[in-house]
Design a binder for this molecule. Structure first.
Ligand code: GTP
Ligand code: MG
Length: 197
């Protein structure tokens, strides 16, 4: 499914402008700058359709992309972005939370965590919300190329252990680098199963 042409089709700044659900959807969530947009590019091997930036807070709307009529990939604005005004930040957060907890056809949320920084309170908040709304999610450690492999494994194990104690079921933590390509094929295989054929 990831071989299909990636096509941008909608952007939403408020809940009311979110397009009606048509095809299975996978959303990419996480703090600003964790590499959400880059991961979309790496998964589809189509650079330039999704914009990325080294300045946090580039993606400010919920952006909808489709792979033919089989799968919709959703690039969510990141949270925890330091430069935005409080009220702007709150509006983004409400938009994301609303989408994540109520969206029909949302098959999976990939929650991206920067391997170097680990989980932050905002990440836990989103996890709690997804648990409450029974939204399926998958934790993905990103930018594994910038830390030693042993530390990547340690981080993944920590997260997994953490969940064992207080949460019911969780998909195994996945590890990727959009830069080196490590783990991308694996994630692609997992996500492709959610597409419509
Ligand atoms: P917002 O839109 O601000 O929420 O950020 P984002 O999560 O979409 O991050 P984006 O994909 O724009 O990437 C942020 C920065 O991290 C860019 O400078 C990327 O080049 C860099 N980056 C993304 N993925 C990787 C990776 O796997 N390894 C390394 N080393 N850098 C990465
Ligand atoms: Mg982005």
């Amino acid at each position: 499914v990831f071989r299909n042409k990636l096509e941008f089709f909608a952007a939403a700044k408020v809940s009311t402008s979110i397009p009606p659900p048509m095809i299975p959807e996978i959303a990419f969530a996480g703090r600003s700058n964790v590499g959400k947009s880059s991961l979309l590019n790496a998964l589809t091997r189509q650079w330039g359709v999704v914009r990325t930036s080294d300045k946090p807070g580039l993606t400010q709307t919920i952006n909808f992309f489709r792979l033919a009529s089989k799968l919709c990939l959703v690039d969510l604005p990141g949270y925890g972005f330091a430069y935005a005004k409080e009220e702007v930040k709150d509006a983004w957060e409400e938009l994301v939370k609303d989408y994540v907890s109520t969206r029909v056809g949302l098959q999976q949320v990939c929650l991206l965590i920067d391997t170097k920084w680990g989980m932050k309170p905002r990440d836990h908040e989103l996890i709690d919300l997804m648990e409450r709304s029974q939204t399926p999610y998958q934790i993905v450690l990103t930018k594994t190329d910038v830390v030693f492999p042993i530390d990547v494994a340690r981080h993944a194990m920590q997260i997994q252990e953490n969940f064992k104690t207080n949460k019911s079921v969780i998909n195994p933590v996945m590890m990727v680098s959009s830069k080196s390509g490590a783990g991308i094929r694996n994630l692609r295989t997992v996500l492709a199963k959610l597409a419509r054929y």
